[in-house]
Design a protein around this ligand. Structure first.
Ligand SMILES: [Ca+2]
Ligand SMILES: [Ca+2]
Length: 307
């Protein structure tokens, strides 16, 4: 079975991370909605800690940060430049290139607009090389995803992963940075993944760089290749979780390359697993008001309910 579920499979398209920091909100000094807030401001940006989603400004949101008040742990991943200058990522890029799988790192600030809905077919992608230079023999699971790109080039995403015609996981993410020019782009993301198999509490903090081109006619994402490296871990690694990526990507400093030839851009009614409502689609735990004024939700069983 082609499987890479818990770390990479749950991340949309390879284009959106599963977690990461907030970004892209309008700059407002202090805390706009709190009266007399505690002025403690760890990272010295425009938001006080009490209303800053990422207190230390390292690019990992507080709830996804092993040390929310220490920017040295797991490191500064708040910008593409910071991710590129991280030692583990720099080594991963260098070794991936030496293995014949170079990953492009665009830094232009006029990337294509990736907003829309996408389908990555089950087993459409692969992991051709990793820290030990062998094919893991596993492919990406399928994914349906929603991408919202903000004006300052951050991406918010939601996705349902599937395999064997069943949905198997969902994710909601924000804080992925997109850079590029024309039709080519690179995304820079940071992720906390949690493996729950065999009652594991193992957490992996990783950063990823993924590049691709957008087909001007179809809007499809083509020739996608990315590298992801593990920068910190927490909890106890069970055998089941280690087996996911042959026990390598679960350890600090290890990396893997992923590739997908085509991720199709679709209209929402073409989606099978996300909850489609009017002209939009949602994943479990999301709620919204539909065009008829009804209160809707996408259930944990991936069912649309409006009342
Ligand atoms: Ca702050
Ligand atoms: Ca943080």
């Amino acid at each position: 079975m082609n499987y890479s579920v818990w770390l990479l499979g749950v991340c949309t398209l390879g284009l959106v991370a599963c977690g990461g920091s907030g970004g892209g909100s309008d700059p407002v000094a202090g805390c706009p909605n709190i009266e007399n807030p505690d002025p403690t401001n760890t990272d010295g940006d425009l938001l006080f800690d009490v209303c800053d989603p990422d207190d230390d400004g390292d690019g990992f949101n507080d709830e996804n940060d092993p040390a929310p008040l220490d920017p040295a742990i797991p490191g500064d991943f708040s910008t593409p430049e910071a991710i590129l200058s991280n030692d583990a990522m720099a080594l991963a890029l260098q070794e991936a290139e030496a293995a014949g799988y170079p990953v492009v790192t665009e830094l232009g600030v006029n990337p294509p607009d990736l907003s829309g809905y996408y389908i990555r077919e089950d087993a459409a992608g692969s992991f051709p090389v990793n820290s030990s230079s062998f094919d893991q023999g596993r492919g990406w699971v399928g994914a349906e995803s929603r991408v919202e790109q903000t004006s300052n080039n951050f991406i918010k995403g939601a996705a349902v992963s599937f395999t064997s015609f069943e949905p198997i996981s969902f994710s909601i993410s924000e804080g992925t940075i997109v850079r590029g020019d024309g039709n080519s782009y690179t995304t820079y993301s940071r992720t906390k993944g949690t493996c729950t198999e065999e009652n594991s509490d193992y957490e992996i903090f990783s950063v990823s760089i993924t590049s691709a081109t957008v087909n001007e006619t179809t809007g499809d994402i083509e020739s996608l290749r990315g590298v992801s490296t593990t920068v910190d871990v927490a909890g106890e690694l069970t055998t089941a979780c280690a087996d996911r990526t042959t026990g390598l990507r679960e350890l600090v400093g290890n990396w893997s390359v992923s590739e997908v030839s085509v991720v199709r851009k679709v209209i929402p009614t073409a989606l099978s697993y996300m909850c489609v409502s009017d002209d939009d689609a949602y994943v479990p735990t999301e709620t919204w008001i539909n065009n008829d004024g009804l209160s809707c939700s996408c259930t944990l069983e991936y069912q649309l309910v409006c009342e």
